[in-house]
Write a protein that binds this ligand. Structure first.
Ligand code: PXP
Length: 242
């Protein structure tokens, strides 16, 4: 299992003061020292946390690999094709949302998405699509010709919260993830997963054999406040071991 650490919220803290600390480049280096297999950042259209200059600096400094999350916006796709991160994960983006709320609503006839996939692929970037764990959506992802998908684990994560209502059932959501991962792998897609994963809920997802990569941000950065970035990543790496 590969762990890609999402460091957006290091930039969220910096942007709260519009100053120059904490530095995402330093956070990425600490995560890598502690065993992260990759660094993930989301360059949002509203630039609320990660800035273009961060992505440029990370593309130079990251020693593992950079996974750039982005919406299919012309300027950001163009920026990505110039920067050439190892991987680009296309995500849906709404300006008002607190975080990425659902997976991409995929349609084979979506010209904007098809164009973004083609541009990224032609630049030599591995393309992944962030989608809900629905078998139909997985088939559309396959038809769009990408090598990988990232399954949205938000529903499972919400159901696992201590304060979750009784209607939310973590086992049901986990079974959906299991079925989705098996189906995606059986039709040739690499399977990634992420969103809302924490030290408490990550292990059942990490145990799904078809999932090869997890993207985790909020929980790691939150706990880094108490433990430091290296220790927070080390503890997550430890939990992902079979
Ligand atoms: N994967 C994707 C596609 C995301 O958009 C995010 C949030 O930026 C994550 C994973 C990480 O989610 P979290 O911060 O809840 O761990």
């Amino acid at each position: 299992m590969r762990l890609y650490v999402n460091i957006d919220h290091v930039a969220t803290i910096r942007e709260a003061r519009k100053t120059d600390e904490p530095d995402p480049v330093q956070a990425a280096a600490a995560a890598e020292r502690a065993g992260a297999d990759g660094i993930t950042v989301h360059l949002r259209e509203d630039r609320r946390h990660i800035q273009d200059a961060d992505v440029t600096a990370l593309a130079r400094s990251v020693r593992t690999v950079l996974n750039l999350e982005l919406g299919a916006h012309t300027d950001i796709v163009r920026f990505a094709t110039r920067l050439k991160p190892f991987q680009a994960t296309l995500v849906p983006e709404k300006r008002q949302e607190i975080t990425t709320e659902g997976g991409l609503a995929l349609r084979t006839g979506d010209r904007r998405l098809r164009g973004a996939i083609a541009q990224l692929r032609d630049a030599g970037i591995r393309v992944s699509l962030f989608i809900d764990p629905s078998l139909k959506t997985i088939d559309v992802a396959r038809a769009l010709g990408v090598p990988a998908i990232e399954l949205h684990t938000g529903k499972y994560a919400n159901a696992s919260k201590r304060r979750a209502s009784n209607e939310l059932r973590p086992n049901k959501a986990l079974n959906e993830l299991r079925k989705a991962a098996a189906h995606a792998k059986s039709i040739g897609l690499a399977v990634h997963a992420g969103h809302g994963l924490t030290y408490q809920n990550v292990q059942p997802v990490a145990a799904i054999p078809e999932i090869e990569e997890l993207n985790i941000g909020h929980s790691i950065v939150s706990n880094a406040v108490f433990w430091g970035m290296e220790e927070a990543v080390r503890r997550m790496v430890q939990l992902l071991k079979p």
